[in-house]
Design a protein around this ligand. Structure first.
Ligand SMILES: Nc1ncnc2c1ncn2[C@@H]1O[C@H](COP(=O)(O)OP(=O)(O)OP(=O)(O)O)[C@@H](O)[C@H]1O
Length: 394
């Protein structure tokens, strides 16, 4: 349904316009106002999509109505009706935000065409606004997902390192056991860097089969191997201007390591099956839970690649080494679960927090997050020491 308001001081013209519009589309609701003052009142009280307004009217002319209404509702579409001699004013109205103007007496086809296009324009504008709002909310959600909780000296040191390295282009190797927040650290470095308007492209090196990793990182040309049915851009190219995050780098095959080394040395990549070299401007972050020194000693990791990657090393401590962060982490996850997963909002009493501090967190923050979810589902409100004892078995 579209709502249209006609503002026109001549009743005969109002009647004609109204009946033309109502005959044309039963989904159009057409309202009328006999002058600019009444028009503005109606605009304030109703959600119109389109206003068709005469220019010359006593009390408040069409230009004034347009300016006032646009301040009130910038999405409202205006079509002005200009009499003989006020074309210049009509053109001025376009500059002030009117969608179009029609000359008096309006030609039937032109009137209907203009009304349809103006209404389409309005619905595009509205959906664009709705999308922008949705996008903003999603961004808020994503940034909440990446909030780094904790002010223990161990985590504070990690945060300080992030701040120091983020603004540089230095390669960073992020080390630490599973589930300690290495991916989170990579996100923070990218978000605090000048590359943050460009993508952060993540590659989980452990999840990609050895024979596909090269094509995943550098792309391929059609026909270069069975299954390469069309050209494909690699992650390095996709990250151009931004950051690539090579997660689980310790699991990368030696042949892929050689290719990555070349890309880092020369700043160029070659898609699989192609002679051409593509220049890329990419900052590289890498992470692993493996002891790369041991991997080097045992011949599974290239020492030259290690030195290229490890310009800066950030060690993310295990949760057992920063147990003071547990209460804040628990409250953060509990709030997240009740807001985003619709779980009943439950609090944790002090003894429950203490009991959680006693646990050996081999799975680190990921494990703590799962435990909080379990307690939110199964525990009483507030969640007590007994709940922790009953539902967290080690
Ligand atoms: N300081 C923190 N504050 C809030 N949430 C955190 C924190 N650190 C980690 N997390 C959360 O814990 C989970 C595991 O973190 P993340 O995936 O970054 O760990 P990881 O070290 O990269 O793990 P893996 O080695 O298994 O890849 C994620 O849900 C992450 O959002």
């Amino acid at each position: 349904m579209s709502k249209i308001l006609i503002i026109e001081d001549e009743q005969a013209i109002r009647n004609v316009l109204k009946s033309i519009l109502m005959d044309e589309d039963p989904k159009w609701v057409v309202d009328e106002a006999e002058n600019g003052l009444v028009g503005i009142e109606k605009i304030k009280q109703n959600e119109y999509d389109l206003v068709i307004s005469d220019i010359k009217m006593p009390m408040k002319d069409g230009t004034e109505v347009l300016v006032e209404a646009m301040e009130y509702n910038p999405e409202l579409q205006f079509v002005m009706i200009s009499g003989h001699g006020d074309i210049e004013i009509a053109v001025d109205c376009l500059k002030k935000g009117a969608f179009d103007f029609l000359s008096k007496p309006p030609d039937l086809n032109r009137l209907l065409n203009t009304v349809r296009i103006a209404l389409d324009h309005k619905s595009l504008k509205s959906s664009n606004k709705a999308l922008k709002k949705e996008n903003k909310e999603l961004k808020k959600k994503v940034s909440k997902k990446y909030t780094m909780i904790g002010d223990s000296p161990e985590l504070t040191q990690v945060k300080t390192m992030i701040e120091k390295v983020a603004t540089t282009d230095a390669r960073v190797l992020i080390l630490g056991p599973n589930g300690t927040g290495k991916e989170l650290v990579a996100h923070h470095i990218h978000e605090q860097s000048t590359r943050n308007k460009k993508p952060l492209v993540e590659v989980n090196c452990a999840a990609i089969p050895a024979e596909l990793i090269e094509s995943e990182l550098f792309g391929h040309v059609k026909g270069s191997f069975t299954g390469a049915v069309k050209d494909k851009q690699g992650k390095f190219e996709l990250a151009d201007g931004g950051t690539i995050f090579l997660d689980e780098i310790g699991d990368m095959s030696l042949s892929a390591q050689a290719k990555v080394l070349r890309a880092l040395q020369e700043g160029k990549v070659s898609p699989v099956g192609s002679e051409k070299e593509i220049n890329v401007n990419v900052r590289v972050l890498a992470a692993t839970n493996k002891d790369l020194r041991k991997e080097i000693d045992e011949g599974r990791f290239r020492e030259d690649l290690y030195h290229r990657l490890a310009v800066i090393i950030i060690n993310v401590p295990g949760l057992n080494d920063r147990k003071d962060d547990i209460p804040a982490l628990v409250n953060h996850f509990a709030e997240d679960f009740s807001l985003n997963l619709g779980l009943e909002n439950k609090s944790f009493d002090d003894k429950a927090h203490e009991a959680l501090k006693e646990i050996d967190w081999t799975g680190n923050i990921r494990e703590l997050r799962n435990v909080v979810e379990r307690l939110m589902i199964l525990g009483a409100n507030p969640i007590s020491e007994e709940d922790v004892k009953m539902y967290v078995k080690k």
